[in-house]
Design a protein around this ligand. Structure first.
Ligand code: IMP
Ligand code: MG
Length: 181
């Protein structure tokens, strides 16, 4: 028995959208040696499905970023805490992200990847929440855009967690935002 989290995007809806994205990405990156870089852990399930729908010979890598709030100045400190041996120099990367929310994580990672010699970085996110953006970055592709009333909930499942729970749900569900009244 898993849980009874209300469904926002059902399994079949996700599967159709992932297949569509795979085709689009395959066309956009045709002829390149693509290195897929998954942002752990939230994008693991999405990445596993997506790579099987991209009709290109690609390599797979992982990166993990940790963000914490600096108590003194209130800044968000972002750092890379784990990465597989990613070949960056002159590479065409496809960064697979779970949720682009404030954009802080994505903007930090893009800066890092270009600084270390990536020749291009395309971004495919599972969910884009454009209304929460604090830094002006946007994914090249996103499976779903969540805005308005739907953005008030906290998304879980299909790799997304709340305190490490719910990652194994086969669909994307929405729970009341933790801490909301
Ligand atoms: P940001 O764009 O730097 O604010 O960070 C986005 C990260 O916040 C994502 O990678 C998620 O780990 C987390 N996140 C934001 N919104 C949600 C949500 O609704 N459910 C689960 N995780 C979320
Ligand atoms: Mg998370």
């Amino acid at each position: 028995m898993k849980t009874d989290v209300p469904v926002l995007f059902a399994e079949d809806v996700i599967a159709r959208r992932v297949a569509e994205l795979g085709r689009e990405i395959g066309e956009a990156l045709a002829g390149r040696e693509v290195c897929v870089l998954g942002l752990m852990k939230g994008s693991l399930v999405f990445m596993a499905d997506l790579v099987r729908r991209i009709p290109l010979d690609l390599t797979m890598h992982l990166v993990r970023v940790s963000s914490s709030r600096d108590k003194g100045q209130g800044r968000v400190l972002t750092e890379i805490v784990y990465t597989t041996n990613v070949p960056l120099d002159g590479r065409d990367l496809l960064l697979v992200d779970d949720i682009v929310d404030t954009g802080i994580t994505l903007s930090y990672l893009l800066g890092h990847l270009y600084e270390h010699g990536a020749s291009s970085v395309k971004v495919c996110a599972l969910v884009d929440k454009p209304e929460s953006r604090k830094i002006g970055v946007r994914p090249d592709w996103s499976a779903f855009t969540v805005e308005g009333a739907a953005a008030e909930g906290f998304l879980v499942g299909y790799g997304l967690d709340w305190m490490e729970r719910f990652r194994g749900l086969p669909y994307i569900g929405s729970i009341p935002r933790p801490g909301a009244p």
